[in-house]
Design a protein. Structure first.
Length: 114
């Protein structure tokens, strides 16, 4: 069983930056594909960015050039560096891991004020 724990959310002004972290328990992190999703109010959960175990990345168009996903297998951690934040980035952000089954974290709130 894998548990994912996010941190790093908070309140920031438009144009600011935040870095989200997601720490995974267990020993299979390096074999997992990881991603960040968000629940935007009134909308479904959407993919923000994902990262395969071999290092390939994918981003939703709205965050390209502003967000960067990365991982540190020695720390069982995946990061989401968010720069030039906009009010429309306000959401609960979730870490997702996949290895045979899908694992979700509990979410962390990001609020961007205008």
């Amino acid at each position: 069983q894998v548990q994912l724990v996010e941190s790093g959310g908070g309140l920031v002004q438009a144009g600011g930056s935040l870095r989200l972290s997601c720490v995974a328990s267990g020993s299979i992190f390096s074999s997992m594909a990881m991603g960040w999703y968000r629940n935007v109010p009134g909308k479904h959960r959407e993919l923000v960015a994902d990262l395969t175990r071999s290092g390939l990345t994918n981003y939703v168009d709205s965050v390209k050039g502003r967000f960067t996903i990365s991982r540190d297998n020695s720390k069982n951690t995946v990061y989401l560096q968010m720069n030039s934040l906009k009010p429309e980035d306000t959401a609960v952000y979730y870490c997702r891991g996949f290895y045979s089954i899908i694992y979700w974290g509990q979410g962390t709130q990001v609020t961007v004020s205008s």
